[in-house]
Design a protein around this ligand. Structure first.
Ligand code: BES
Ligand code: ZN
Length: 628
C-alpha cells in the first residue's frame, strides 16, 4: 500500500468524504456544481405582474467558493436573463459580467454559466419569468373562489424553482433567503419565510410591498410564493390559516387541531424550529394535496370535508418540518428519506391526536395503495433508493417511497420497541438538522446508533432488502384495523346482492370505513350494482373528495353513466393530480371513455396547473396497447 492509499483508507475509515460518497451526493437533476461554487444566501427582489403573467426583478446570490477557478453554475428554465453583475459584497457595488446559457434540455432546463472574477463573492442576475413557467400558476379571477381577483402561487418541488429563480436547484444545496415582493395594492403576498406583518397584525398588511426573511438554510425546492385575495384566522398564537375570504372560516374549522398536532409532533420529534406554522388553502387547481413550504404549508381545498376526516394531510405536511425541511434528501433518489419518514411521522401525530384506531385505519388504507402501486411498477422502481438517471424526478413520486418507507420504519420500531426507536428518531433529527443526507448516510447512522446496540434485534431487519430490493420483505409488517372488520362483512353482502337492508349497520361509519368499503367493491361491481349502491348511500352527491374520487373511478370502470355529470364537474373544478390522473386513465381505457375524456379535457385543461396538464397530456399521447 502506498502512503496515499493508506491515507485514503484511513479517511474512509474515519467516515470522511471519499469518492463513492461524492458519487452518491451527485445530483443528476441539477447543472449546479456546488462542490466548486455554492450559494449560501439569496436576495430576491421581484415584481408580480398579473397583466403579463411574469415575475420580474433580480436575485443576488452570496457565494462560497471552493474552487477559485470555477465558474458559477445555476439552473434555469424558461427564464429570460437580462443582465448579470458580479461584486465582492452582496450590497454592491456590482459590475457587468459575462454569462452563457446552454441550449435548453427537456425537463431540466438550461444551465447558466457565469465566469467569476477572482474577488467575486456576490452575483446579481436580472431576469423575468415566462408566463408558462412550470413552477408558477397564474389564475384568472374565474378560477378563484371569490371570482374577482387573480391569484398566483408557486410549486417548486421537485425541480421547478429554476423556472422562477435562477438558482442551484438541488436539494443538496441549502441557503438562507430574503425577499422583497411588489404586488398590486389590494393583494396579499405570502412566502415560506418570516415576515413582520404576519406576526404583528395580519389584518393590516403592507400595501403592495412585502419583505420576507428565511434565516434558516433551506433547499431551493422549499422557496415558495403566493399572491391573492387572502384572509387570515388564528388557530393558536403560533398557528393559523390563510385562504380566500369565502373559504377561510371553513378552513379554520377544519384545522382547529393544528396546535394539538404541533404539540404532539414536538413531543415526538423535538423542538419546532421554524417559528410559526400556518396553512394556506389554495384554489382547487393546486396539483398536489399539500406542500411542506416552511412556515406555510400549501394545501388543496379538497381536504375541507367539514368533519376533519382528511386532516392527516396537515399532520403530514407539519411532520415535514422535521423530516424533509430539517433533514433533507440529498438527491431525488433519496426522496424516500423525506416522504417515508414523513408518512411514518404523520401517523404518529394522528395517533397522538385522534387515537390509535384512526392511525391504524390510515396505515391500512396506505398499505392497500402500496400493494396496488407495487403491481403497476417495474421491479427497479419498487426500490426505495431509486435510480432516476435521465428521468424526471417526478417519476419517483409514487406511493412506494411514502408507504414502503413508512413500513420500513414501522418495522424497525416494532423490532426495537417504541421507547428505543423514538429516542433514536429524535437523535436522528438532531444529528442531521439543516443537512441534506443520502440513503448511505441514513444507513450508517441507523447501523451505528441503533442496530449496533442489539445484534439479535438487528438481525431481524433485512436492511439491504428494504433499501435495495423491489417488493416487500416477507417479514414486513401488514397494517390492519379492527374497525374494518364490520365493513368487510357488509361489503361481502353487497357483493352477493342488493344489501340495502344493511344500511342501519353503516350509520356510524367514518370516512376511512367508507373508503375501505368502496375499495372492497371496486372490482366486483357492475352498472346495476352501482345504481343500487347510489340509491342506498348517495355516493354521487358525496361532498368528501376522497369518497367521491373513489366512487367516480368505479363509475367510469363500470359504465355507471348517471355519475358522469358529476365526473365532469369534478374534473373541471379540481386539478389535484392524485384524483385527476387516475380518472383520465380509467376513461382512456375504452373508446367511449376516450371521447368523453377528450370533451372533458378540452374544458378542463385551461384551468389545470402546468404540472397536471403535462401529466394528462402524456396520458393522451400514450399509444394504446395493441389488441392481442
Ligand atoms: N412534498 C410532497 C409533495 C410533492 C412531492 C410535490 C413530490 C412535488 C414532488 C407533499 O409533502 C406530499 O407528500 N403531498 C401529498 C399528500 C400527503 C398527505 C401524502 C400529496 O400531495 O398528495
Ligand atoms: Zn410529503
Amino acid at each position: 500500500m502506498t502512503r496515499r492509499d493508506a491515507t485514503v483508507a484511513l479517511l474512509a475509515l474515519a467516515g470522511c468524504e471519499s469518492k463513492p460518497k461524492m458519487q452518491e451526493r451527485r445530483d443528476l437533476h441539477s447543472f449546479a456544481r456546488p462542490y466548486e461554487v455554492r450559494t449560501k444566501h439569496l436576495d430576491l427582489d421581484l415584481e408580480v405582474s398579473f397583466d403579463s403573467k411574469t415575475l420580474r426583478g433580480s436575485v443576488t446570490h452570496t457565494l462560497e467558493r471552493t474552487d477559485p477557478a470555477a465558474p458559477f453554475l445555476l439552473d434555469t428554465s424558461g427564464l429570460s436573463i437580462e443582465k448579470v453583475e458580479t461584486g465582492s459584497k452582496p450590497e454592491g457595488p456590482f459590475a457587468a459580467a459575462q454569462f452563457t446559457i446552454a441550449p435548453a434540455q427537456p425537463t431540466f432546463g438550461a444551465a447558466l454559466t457565469i465566469p467569476l472574477p477572482s474577488d467575486a463573492t456576490a452575483v446579481r442576475i436580472h431576469y423575468s419569468t415566462s408566463p408558462q413557467a412550470s413552477g408558477l400558476q397564474w389564475l384568472d379571477p374565474s378560477q378563484t373562489a371569490g371570482k374577482k381577483r387573480p391569484f398566483l402561487y408557486s410549486q417548486s418541488q421537485a425541480i421547478h424553482a429554476r423556472s422562477w429563480i435562477p438558482c442551484q436547484d438541488t436539494p443538496g444545496v441549502r441557503a438562507t433567503y430574503r425577499a422583497r415582493i411588489r404586488t398590486p395594492k389590494d393583494l396579499i403576498a405570502l412566502m415560506s419565510a418570516r415576515s413582520d406583518f404576519r406576526l404583528a397584525n395580519p389584518k393590516e398588511p403592507p400595501s403592495g410591498d412585502y419583505s420576507f426573511r428565511m434565516p434558516l438554510a433551506i433547499p431551493a425546492y422549499l422557496i415558495a410564493l403566493a399572491v391573492g385575495d387572502l384572509e387570515f384566522r388564528y388557530l393558536s398564537t403560533r398557528t393559523g390559516v390563510w385562504a380566500e375570504p369565502s373559504v377561510v372560516d371553513a378552513a379554520a374549522r377544519e384545522f382547529v387541531d393544528t396546535e394539538r398536532m404541533m404539540q404532539a409532533a414536538e413531543k415526538l420529534f423535538g423542538p419546532y424550529v421554524w417559528q410559526r406554522y400556518d396553512v394556506l388553502v389554495l384554489p382547487p387547481s393546486f396539483p398536489f394535496g399539500g406542500m411542506e413550504n416552511p412556515l406555510l404549508t400549501f394545501a388543496t381545498p379538497t381536504i375541507l370535508a367539514g368533519d376533519k376526516s382528511l386532516v392527516s394531510l396537515v399532520a403530514h405536511e407539519l411532520a415535514h418540518s422535521w423530516s424533509g425541511n430539517l433533514v433533507t434528501n440529498a438527491t431525488w433518489s433519496d426522496f424516500w428519506l423525506n416522504e417515508g419518514f414523513t408518512t411514518y411521522c404523520e401517523r404518529r401525530i394522528q395517533e397522538a391526536v385522534y387515537g390509535a384506531e384512526r392511525a391504524k385505519m390510515e396505515a391500512a388504507l396506505g398499505y392497500q395503495s402500496l400493494e396496488d402501486e407495487l403491481k403497476s411498477h417495474p421491479p427497479a422502481d419498487q426500490i426505495l433508493h431509486i435510480d432516476l438517471t435521465g428521468r424526471d424526478p417526478d417519476d419517483g413520486a409514487t406511493e412506494i417511497p411514502y408507504e414502503k418507507g413508512a413500513l420500513f420504519l414501522t418495522h424497525i420500531e416494532q423490532v426495537f420497541g417504541r421507547e428505543t426507536f423514538d429516542k433514536w428518531l429524535r437523535a436522528y433529527f438532531a444529528n442531521f438538522q439543516f443537512q441534506s443526507i443520502t440513503t448511505a448516510e441514513f444507513r450508517s447512522y441507523l447501523r451505528n446508533d441503533l442496530l449496533a446496540y442489539d445484534a439479535a434485534r438487528a438481525n431481524r431487519i433485512p436492511l439491504d432488502e428494504w433499501l435495495t430490493k423491489p417488493g416487500l420483505p416477507t417479514t414486513a409488517p401488514k397494517p390492519t384495523s379492527d374497525a374494518f372488520a364490520p365493513v368487510e362483512e357488509v361489503a361481502k353482502q353487497w357483493q352477493a346482492k342488493d344489501a340495502s337492508d344493511t344500511k342501519p349497520r353503516t350509520r356510524d361509519w367514518n370516512t376511512h370505513q367508507w373508503l375501505h368499503f368502496l375499495r372492497a367493491l371496486t372490482d366486483s361491481s357492475d352498472a346495476a350494482k352501482m345504481a343500487q349502491l347510489d340509491r342506498a348511500f348517495a355516493f354521487t352527491a358525496s361532498g368528501n373528495s376522497e369518497i367521491l374520487f373513489q366512487w367516480l373511478r368505479m363509475s367510469v370502470r363500470h359504465g355507471y353513466t348517471p355519475a358522469h355529470p358529476r365526473l365532469e364537474e369534478f374534473l373541471t373544478r379540481v386539478g389535484r393530480r392524485k384524483f385527476v390522473r387516475p380518472l383520465f386513465e380509467e376513461l382512456l381505457k375504452t373508446d367511449y371513455g376516450r371521447k368523453r375524456a377528450e370533451a372533458i379535457y378540452a374544458k378542463a385543461r385551461p384551468g389545470y396547473h402546468p404540472i397536471t396538464a403535462s401529466t394528462i397530456d402524456g396520458l393522451f399521447s400514450k399509444k394504446l396497447p395493441k389488441p392481442q
